[in-house]
Design a protein around this ligand. Sequence first.
Ligand code: SF4
Length: 375
Amino acid sequence: MVVKEIKAKSILRKHKRIDSWFISQYGMNFYRGCKHNCVYCDGRSEGYYVEGEFGEDVWVKVNAIELLRKELDPRRKRTPLKPCFIMLGGGVGDSYQPIEEKYKLSRKALQLLHNFNLPVSILTKSTLIERDIDIIKKINERKRAIVSFSFSSVDEKISSIFEPGVPPPRKRLETLHLFKNEGIACGMFLMPVIPFITDTPTVMERTIRKAKEIDLDFIIFAGMTLKDGRQKNYFLDTLKENYPHLIPEYSNIYKKDIWGGPVSNYQESIHKTFNSISKKYKIPRRIPAHLFDDILSENDLVRVILEHLEYLLKLEGKESSYRWAANSIAKLTEPLSNMKKDLRRINGVGPTTERIILEILETGTSSYYEKLLTG
Ligand code: SF4
């Protein structure tokens, strides 16, 4: 294993707008490369330019905390940060992978975020996060913290093949349970489900049932991408070794796609399976509004709920124009509460969307949305 200390030029990544998965517009990565070495990890694909041997070598941004302190300081900013969660995790290296034990960059970043009074959302696969429960509790008491773990399933054997450097699912669930018992909102990112291995109704149901048993606040679901090049080659080598009979099935669903996505009829079928099982267990399929209605601006709250609505209807196989309305709202500079009488002039807003927006402005949520959220 090679560990290389590097100096980053900046640390806070800013997205175009607050996304509806994490309710966050800002994220950060302290590590490039990931010792967890998940076989399906798309951090391995050439497009991310991760140097060294992925899964073995890790580049550490040793000046991350110094940079973050400057980048968060409101006195140094022309435009203040948008109110939303600050995201730790995702990208090309888990923030709690083993090297974090030595560098403690995630811990120090959490301390800073707490000092700046910011809400935090963390996504990891590592039980090392338990070390920081003290700071996460403080953040949660003052603003809010959400802790999420990603899973491809809760099957220990499958996980040992495809997530060789990650604590087993049983341990991850225990950690989530621990955070839940401390009053912290917790979720499962059921992603990626591995085609023909963890996407079957039986395996998916076992996973979702476990999430329900520990009363997780939400599950967010997605399939697996396989981009041509390092990511696909590495994955197929493991598949050949462990599930050789599935190789032809994979050729059928992974054709030429710039993002590495599977064909649409496969996508539809796994979303259908997820929809019916998650409805059976009544688990929200997006982060529920009560976890962010006091954090976002009113326009962002409306926009995110409309995007959630679009997704939830899509799960039911229905088309809607909520995303169109959400995109129009994203461009507004005036608060929606000043435009209550003119909502219908916003592109994509018809009588139903108008009613939903007025209800969100009044109550912080929409009863239609709440119903769809758990099915
Ligand atoms: S934990 Fe995440 S970043 Fe690390 S190898 Fe697995 S999928 Fe990639």
